[in-house]
Structure formats: C-alpha cells, structure tokens
Design a protein around this ligand. Structure first.
Ligand code: SF4
Length: 477
C-alpha cells in the first residue's frame, strides 16, 4: 500500500481548498421519477474531496459516526486512489456502508461534524463512503468473509431490516446457520418498504440480500411469525437455538381526530410504498398509486413526512404542503431533504395542525381539513416546546389527498402472542442493554423494535449488543 505521511499534510493549505460539489439532477427532471437525485461523486471528485481532509488526530467525524467508521483512514486511502481498500475500511465497522452513504441524514452525521463544517466546507464523507463502496461492489466485487467452522447451532432472525441483516451476517460468520423470516413479499424491511427510491434505489438492497445468501443465509418471506408459524414452534427440536427479534417500528401512529378514516387519507408508508414499489411486491392491502389529486397535504415533521411530500410531487400533485404543529426549529426531519423538497415545488407550513378531516360532498373521501394555529408553550417529555392551540384561529384548507406521517410505534404482534417477552409502556421490547436479551431465555431483540424509530446507522450500532448476546448465549456463556 502506498502511504501518505500524515505529518506531510499542509493543513493550512488544505483548509483553503474549495469543496467538491456533487452533481444533482434538475428538480423539474427528477420529480418525474423515483431514481436517486444525484449520481454521487466521480472517481476524480472523490479523490479531490478526500484530499481536503485534515486528518484530525481526534477526529470528530469518527465520534459522530454511529458505527464508528475510521473516516480519516478512508480519506487517506481515497485521495491515493485506493478505493477498494477504503471500502474495506468502511466494511470493517459497517455492514451496509453503501446504504448509510445514501441515507444517513446529511445534517446529523459524520459530514455535519467535520471540523471544516464551521466554515461551510465540511468534507462530504457520506458521498465518499457511497462512492468507494459502490466502486468495490461494481468493479472488484465484495468478497465473502471467512466463516468459523459450522457449530450446528441455528439462529432465527425475525425481520429483515438493517438490524436483522447485521445479526444474520455476524451469526453466519460465527459458523451458525441462519434463517431470516419476513412477513413482507421481499426481504429488506425498512430499506425496501420505508425509504423511497429517490433516496435509496432498491437494487442495492437486493445485492446485499444476494450477498448474504451466498454467505449462507436463508430468507423466508411472506411468512408472519405468530400467524403462519407460531413463535413457540421456532423453539421445537430441530428448529432454532436462538431467536432475534428485529421487527422494527413501522406501525403508524394515528391522530385520533374526526374523519381520520375517510377515503384518500393515507398512512405514510402505505403511500410511499404504493407509489414507489411495483405492485408485485406490495404488502397485502396496499394499493398501487399511479397518480393523485392536485392538492395534497402531508401532516408531520419527520424525514418520512418529507419523503411523502416528495412522493406526492412525483405522483403529479400540483400543490403539496407539509403541515407541522411546531416551528421549523423543532422539526425532527433533516433540513437538507426539506431543501430538496422545496426545490421540487413543495411548501411547508409551521405552527398549525388539523383538528378534523371533512367530507362535505359526502362521497366518502376527504375534501378539506379544519386546521388550528398553534403557539409554543413549555417543553414536554421530548424536550421540545409543546404546541398549544390558539382558540379562535381555526381555518379551512381544501385538499384531495392527505398523508399522515405523525410517528411510528413498534410492531407488538409477536410479543402479544407470546409468553414471556415484556414490553415497556410504549410497546418497545425490554432488553438487557449489554446483551440484547429479552425477558424470555434464548430470545434477543434490537434495532427500532427496542429503541423506537432511529437512523439506519443507529439501528445497526444498537444491534451489535444483541449480536454479542446471541453469540455468547450459543457458546454457553
Ligand atoms: Fe477529515 Fe473532517 Fe474528519 Fe477532520 S473531521 S478527519 S477534516 S473528515
């Protein structure tokens, strides 16, 4: 390997270098499809951007990265054109780097914590992670890791989202057999059924599934544990020695207001999936969406709400507005995605919320919303200032479709069917934080089913505790 002496870096000179900006597809073009909005860096762009890195001794980008990627080392390799070696640096700490390089929020990630960000010149580390891991996948291929000798033990992973994929990979590497169950038609969980194609094209997820199959994983889809197979059957002889619950948090929260069940009022993920995915892989009960009315309202303030806004634009809506009950400061979704949405033609309204959905034409479909303006009071349990309705400020908004994106709860289907798995008061699975053990022996849990909805990288990191717990348990510790 060629090396670059860190002491030879002229940091002052590097600080003067200008950032390399990715090319973006024009908003008026990209809003006609579900393809990613940027092709990412070219080889030359990645090298030039990496060559701005200051090789900080206590790199804040590494601390900010949920999975602890050695970003300075990767930058050092990329600037020398050692793309495959840089990709391997990412793969040491992250099983899904090509995915995190796309979906980690740009304003809450390694990139945002770069020391150069203070001058508005932070290194685009996400784009470099994406570039090198795509480069490796497409040029040299990603070699399968060595596996320990077969142990004869079997692990069932329930749920094939990011945390389930991480647990499957680590259990396979340790020599165990792994079967991954998913209730939906194809594996990938949230990566397929929660993130729209304009942020993550699905061939990348499919590649990872095929790679895990080559490593030895068995994927069993269209199979809901607790319905198609009872949970207790999984513990019968010849079945599994340990079970991992990575069932995620994709149960929609509801507003509990009048008119919420009217036609043309959609739950967020059903809306995204109905528009983004081919009919053959839609979850049962989700209708394909090919077009939509002129005026669409999205209710909510998270990243999924912004994804719904951008999906509505791609369905041809002319006027798409996102309504959020606090101010933009309290909005949990990332600002950069909102910028993309605004470029594509959406608008955002703050300090307002619906109090009733109306069907004035009595055809069973929503046609307007009664809204009320809000002001902020004292902080609530979340630490954000509580929205308080301003009496007398009610007003009406005409709509043809409404999308509700007001939060997600864990899927409690399995724990409710099964003895011995305790939930907290919000319905998330209680685990020992160091081992991921649930209150039922042999059953482990992690990811969003434990923590609530989190970033993909956060779900991966939290699942590592469960991996340690499962491997220790199967070793008799
Ligand atoms: Fe490089 Fe920025 Fe990380 Fe420092 S903080 S090591 S400049 S990417």
């Amino acid at each position: 390997m060629r090396t670059l002496e860190k002491q030879s870096i002229d940091r002052k000179a590097r600080m003067k270098l200008e950032p390399v900006h990715k090319q973006y597809r024009a908003p008026e073009i990209r809003k006609n499809d579900y393809l990613e909005i940027t092709p990412g860096f070219t080889m030359e762009e990645a090298m030039k951007e990496a060559a701005r890195c200051l090789q900080c001794p206590k790199a804040p980008c590494v601390n900010a990265c949920r999975v602890g990627n050695d970003i300075p080392l990767a930058m050092l390799l990329v600037e020398q054109g050692e793309f495959v070696r840089a990709a391997e640096v990412y793969r040491e700490t992250n099983p899904l780097p090509e995915i995190c390089g796309r979906v980690c929020p740009p304003d809450d990630s390694c990139a945002a914590s770069c020391v150069l960000d203070k001058q508005g010149k932070g290194i685009d580390t996400r784009a470099i992670e994406r570039f090198v891991t795509d480069y490796q996948r497409l040029h040299s291929g990603v070699p399968l890791p060595d596996k320990a000798p077969p142990t004869g033990k079997r692990v069932a992973v329930i749920g094939s989202g990011p945390s389930g994929l991480l647990v499957a990979e680590e259990a396979l590497k340790a020599g165990h057999q792994v079967s991954v169950y998913d209730a939906l038609p194809i594996p990938g969980g949230l990566l397929v059924y929660g993130i729209p194609g304009f942020k993550l094209e699905k061939d990348i997820v499919e590649w990872k599934i095929r790679w895990l199959e080559a490593l030895g994983a068995e994927f069993i889809t269209n199979t809901r544990i607790g319905e198609d197979i009872s949970f207790d059957e999984l513990f019968e002889p010849e079945m599994f020695d340990a079970i991992y619950l990575g069932t995620g948090a994709q149960t929609h929260a509801r507003m509990g207001i009048e008119g919420e069940n009217l036609g043309n009022i959609h739950d967020a993920l059903d809306f995204i999936n109905g528009a983004n995915l081919p009919p053959s892989i839609l979850p049962s009960g989700v209708e394909p969406l090919n077009s939509i009315g002129k005026r669409v309202a999205v209710i909510g303030g998270g990243d999924t709400a912004t994804d719904c806004v951008r999906t509505a634009l791609r369905l041809g809506a002319e006027q798409v507005t996102c309504y959020y009950r606090r101010t933009e400061t309290e909005m949990p979704g990332n600002r950069i995605d909102r910028n993309y949405a605004e470029e594509e033609g959406a608008s955002f309204e703050f300090l307002t919320a619906p109090i009733r959905f109306l069907d004035r034409s009595s055809d069973g479909h929503v046609d307007s919303m009664e809204m009320i303006r809000m002001e902020l009071g004292e902080p609530d349990d979340s630490g954000r200032r509580r929205p308080i309705p301003i009496q007398g400020s009610e007003y009406s908004v005409e709509v043809e479709h409404v999308v509700l994106s007001i939060g997600f709860w864990a899927d409690t289907f399995i724990p409710e069917q099964t003895e011995g798995i305790q939930l907290d008061r919000k319905g998330f699975i209680i685990v020992d934080p160091e081992t991921g053990r649930t209150t039922r022996p042999g059953v482990f849990a992690g990811g969003d089913a434990v923590s609530g909805p989190e970033l993909v990288s956060e779900a991966l990191q939290l699942s590592r505790f469960a991996v340690a717990g499962i491997l220790g348990y199967l070793n008799g510790e």
